[in-house]
Design a protein. Sequence first.
Length: 203
Amino acid sequence: MRVLLMAALTVSAFAQPKIENAKLDTRAVTGSLEATFRTLVSSSVDPAWIGYSVPQVPGERSMCGTVSLEGAREFVVLYRVAAGQVEKIRTYATDCTFDGGDLPLHWLTGVDGSQSALLLSSFVLPETNRPDTNSKNGKGGAWQLASSALSAIARHQDGAPALIDLARRPQISPQIKQEAVRWLGRSKDPRALKFFEEILAAR
């Protein structure tokens, strides 16, 4: 039975944010995030959203709702899906209020941050596999998905390993690699520092 959620939901650690006008379906991830996510995507004919919250880099500030001076512990990752494909990737603060536009929203609970970063990295395809279409800036939908995925990974508390892997992965476009390195340069994760030390030592 589809439930139209109009009431605001209380925000707690790893909980649903405030959601309005959405046909909400909440389910726990008991196996891998990848398997749960791909099942939902492949079964999507009409437009829908898939979302979850994961730990974020300490100190990230909220841009809506109640502003957390010390930064929220989690952030929200949302994917717009239709016809078995992911169309958009967005990230928001947990204290935002989301209007689902009367579309289904599949909210996943118990999502592991490292699995989320790995899932997002799967949207960064080798150049030879990118089905890009023309756009006014010369970059297609696959590039935009990759760029959105990279910025989402960078916001993860445990996103550095995925960014390092992308920076080292062969056949990834130079632009995407530069973007991954740029995000690593802003990271305070010791693994990011070690990555740059290894690069300098190899020169």
